[in-house]
Design a binder for this molecule. Structure first.
Ligand SMILES: NC(=O)c1ccc[n+]([C@@H]2O[C@H](COP(=O)([O-])OP(=O)(O)OC[C@H]3O[C@@H](n4cnc5c(N)ncnc54)[C@H](O)[C@@H]3O)[C@@H](O)[C@H]2O)c1
Length: 335
């Protein structure tokens, strides 16, 4: 039995319930005492995980010193709060504890991956990242789920695998931290585009095209940043992209649908809540420009989300781009 602290009560609640089911001693932390009070009173996280009991075995606290003796700290806060939460946690984590980040995205302005952010803020801890097709609603009710864990220290990723793997949650270890993190961050942008396509009622062919060409451009940027191509064919790449582009659990897709139906990006994001593809579309667009990587879907998504371009015009521009070979190699050699 390990001592596990989970920071953040959205997806974090599902992970806490799952870790409790594995027999660990679990503490769930929130910055917001009111959120904990509601979970305590209702016996569940009503907003995100209705119907998933949060047992009294799971300690609820807003005191960050709960981290003092934990073996594993799971960071399950939204992207924008990762650095500040790490700074809050730093004085309490013991040397050598594992910190597992599940937030998906890139840091605004610095373009850093969250493992880089955590390595800066938590230099005495072992950093592991988790990514893959894993909607909280399904993890919480114990539906079969597979996820990838990656770390620069393979033993730390294997330790997470040992601690959290169970008959409903299968964890795979991967050494390509860059690829795993970029797949998780960038798929949200493609999910917004897929939602827009759904809102425009473009059909299944368009959705399949966005997913297939979307993973191609994610991989293109990923490889330019040091990732391995094959990682994007795995759970944290195409796996997560498929689930995010097709599921109504996906807030990115739901926001995209509203945009496709005529709402502005700001209105859509306001009504859905956490839509991490929205800030990430800007970051991914800027990274593509900086590294000179061609990313047509990201570029058009950026124009719709930030420059007021109509989704119909973005679609026309995507479909009428210059001719290409499907294989990058043939295209690049032919230029
Ligand atoms: N929801 C999912 O199914 C899912 C699955 C896999 C990964 N993730 C990733 O996990 C992260 C969290 O996702 P979520 O859906 O739980 O998000 P969320 O917006 O529902 O927020 C989760 C929790 O974070 C905490 N929080 C909010 N603002 C905070 C702040 N400023 N400082 C500290 N804590 C704060 C709160 O406890 C809140 O309940 C995201 O990066 C997301 O991409 C989510």
């Amino acid at each position: 039995m390990a001592k596990i602290a989970v920071l953040g009560c959205g997806f974090g609640t599902a992970l806490a319930v799952m870790a409790d089911g594995c027999g660990h001693q679990v503490t769930l932390w929130s910055l917001f005492p009111q959120e904990l009070e509601e979970i305590r009173q209702d016996g569940e996280q009503k907003k995100l995980l209705p119907g998933v009991p949060v047992t009294e075995r799971i300690a609820l606290t807003s005191d960050i010193s709960c981290l003092a003796d934990c073996d594993l700290c799971i960071m399950a806060v939204p992207s924008f709060a990762v650095r500040q939460t790490a700074q809050r946690a730093a004085p309490y984590l013991r040397e050598g504890a594992i910190v597992l980040n599940v937030a998906k995205g890139l840091e605004d302005k610095t373009y850093k991956r969250f493992s880089q952010v955590l390595e800066e803020e938590l230099s005495q801890q072992k950093i592991v990242v988790m990514s893959g097709p894993s909607h909280a609603e399904e993890v919480g009710r114990g539906a079969p789920t597979t996820i990838t864990v990656a770390s620069r220290e393979r033993a730390a990723a294997e330790e997470v695998q040992d601690l959290l793997m169970n008959p409903t949650l299968r964890l795979y270890v991967n050494d390509d931290v860059i690829g795993v993190e970029l797949g998780g961050a960038l798929k949200n942008v493609i999910a917004l585009a897929a939602g827009i396509a759904d809102g425009l009622q473009l059909g299944d062919n368009a959705k399949a095209a966005l997913m297939t060409r979307g993973i191609t451009e994610i991989a293109r940027l990923g490889v330019a940043m040091g990732a391995k191509t094959e990682t994007f064919a795995g759970l944290s790449g195409i796996g997560d992209l498929i689930v995010t582009c097709t599921s109504m659990h996906s807030r990115n897709r739901r926001a995209g649908i509203l945009i496709g139906q005529g709402k502005s990006a700001e209105e859509a994001v306001r009504s859905v809540g956490t839509v991490e593809g929205y800030p990430c579309a800007k970051t991914a667009y800027e990274l593509g420009q900086k590294l000179r990587v061609e990313m047509p879907i990201v570029e058009q998504s950026y124009a719709v989300l930030y420059e007021g371009k109509s989704p119909a015009q973005a679609l026309r521009d995507l479909m009428t781009r210059p001719k290409r070979h499907e294989s990058e190699v043939i295209w690049l050699l032919g230029r």
